[in-house]
Design a protein around this ligand. Structure first.
Ligand SMILES: [Zn+2]
Length: 104
């Protein structure tokens, strides 16, 4: 499952990323679980859960939610919220622009 959000952020004290700027974040989400009637989870339910979590942050600043919003910390925050929402094991990869990502 893949979704995107657009967010602002800055990294306090960072020489390049210390100025407020924005990224399109691509969020890739993989769930693991037991098949029940041929599915782990309906794609529609998965899509809705991912969208609901991401909607909290879309077009907002990560700095309102995290002290140091590196892609690693963003990934950790989203991973915890998705795990809580779905009660399933999941792997989350968050892309900050092209070619840079963190995974948990
Ligand atoms: Zn940045």
């Amino acid at each position: 499952m893949v979704d995107h959000i657009d967010c602002a952020h800055f990294l306090p004290g960072h020489p390049k990323c210390g100025t407020p700027h924005g990224h399109t974040y691509k969020v890739e989400f993989v769930v693991e679980g037991t098949l029940r009637s041929g599915m782990i989870m309906d794609f529609a339910d998965l899509k809705q859960a991912l969208h609901q979590v991401l909607a909290r942050y879309d077009h907002k600043s990560w700095n309102d939610f995290l002290e140091y919003p590196s892609v690693e910390n963003i990934c950790e925050l989203l991973h915890a919220e998705l795990r809580a929402a779905l009660s399933l094991s999941c792997t989350l990869r968050v892309w900050e622009g092209d070619g840079k990502w963190a995974e948990l």
